[in-house]
Design a protein around this ligand. Structure first.
Ligand code: UD1
Length: 311
């Protein structure tokens, strides 16, 4: 069976790695890898391929950044000829990013079955671009692989047939379990004993100057008591510069590779984030997590895990 996987951004890579590895042991599976190029900086892309043992992509669409419409459309335009040429029997898409929805749209119009890994998650907040991506991708998918039972329930409530829903568990946590022993051997590199680890990149938190200033002021208050280690997404770093915000009390770093970031999470006193996946990783690691959002598409991290919403 010819299986084509579509990857585009940092969180996609952690989800795809265990799926690719599992399928590579099957003699009847021929795998094709397409990187859309939505993330292209070495620290957001290549380093993940190396650390997670993902093979080099067969195709890189090199779409780069753009508005949602421009980026989604460009991925669709460049992906369609690949599907027409390769004729996969199924296309696997991951998570909730623009690459995910763009690939699902192309395949559904070419009548190629779509498998969605991390299906069924809902924040019920349509101001989040990812929520739109999740809704549309699930609607178009033929095989829906959910990470948790709340995903099954959301899909059932939207009328998805039970026979198309497969609760397979959280593949991103499979990657974490696989690489945690290596992360545990990472040197501390002068880190203090206790620190808060921060990531922020949601448009709703970083694109408005007043909101970002308020959040960074709160983090500076945290910094009075606890070192604040803050690997900044390029989008966030640009906004801090554009808005001329002072960040002396925070230790701003470039984005950190997967294994080093896992080590940072494991050693943190608290993690403060607006990421989706980090809510789950901290829950698995038992590290307290404060999520700078009003809602989450991963509710088990608040009911069973270590996560508290502090939007
Ligand atoms: C995307 C996903 C988000 C995910 C995040 C993980 C969508 C809608 N959003 O957000 O769900 O949590 O990835 O990081 O798909 N940039 C660089 N280098 C890169 C990539 C981006 O500098 O390699 C900068 C560009 O200025 C770009 C901005 O970051 O405009 C945003 O990138 P984009 O891929 O549009 O969204 P993310 O914020 O990364």
């Amino acid at each position: 069976m010819k299986i084509l996987h579509v990857l585009g951004t940092r969180p996609n890579f952690m989800k795809a790695a265990p799926v690719l590895r599992a399928l590579s042991s099957r003699a009847d599976a021929q795998q094709i890898l397409v990187h859309t190029g939505q993330h292209y900086d070495r620290n957001l892309s290549d380093i993940f391929f190396e650390q997670l043992g993902i093979p080099q992509p067969n195709f890189n669409l090199e779409v780069g950044s753009g508005s949602h419409a421009a980026q989604t459309a460009e991925i669709m335009r460049r992906f369609e000829p690949v599907v027409l040429e390769q004729k996969p029997e199924v296309v696997v898409v991951y998570g909730d990013v623009n690459s995910t929805v763009a690939a699902a749209l192309v395949c559904s119009k070419l009548l190629v079955p779509v498998a969605h890994v991390e299906a069924g998650l809902r924040s019920f907040d349509r101001t989040m671009p990812e929520e739109i991506n999740r809704l549309v991708t699930d609607r178009l998918s033929d095989f829906l692989f959910t990470p948790s039972v709340d995903g099954d329930e959301n899909l059932a409530n939207e009328g998805v047939a039970k026979k198309n829903i497969y609760c397979v568990g959280n593949v991103m946590i499979d990657t974490l379990v696989n690489l945690l022993p290596i992360a545990e051997r990472c040197p501390k590199n002068g880190l203090p004993e206790r620190y808060a680890l921060v990531t922020l990149h949601r448009p709703s938190n970083v694109d408005d100057s007043e909101t970002l200033k308020r959040i960074l002021r709160s983090l500076a208050d945290v910094g009075e008591q606890l070192a604040v280690v803050f690997p900044a997404h390029p989008r966030t770093r640009r906004r801090i510069l554009d808005f001329g915000i002072e960040v002396q009390k925070l230790h701003l770093l470039d984005p950190v590779p997967y294994i080093e970031f896992l080590a940072l999470q494991r050693g943190a006193t608290v993690v403060i984030t607006d990421s989706g996946g980090i809510q789950e990783e901290t829950t698995y690691l038992g590290v307290p997590c404060l999520t700078v959002r009003n809602n989450t598409e991963r509710p088990i991290t608040t009911t069973l895990g270590t996560n508290i919403l502090v939007g």
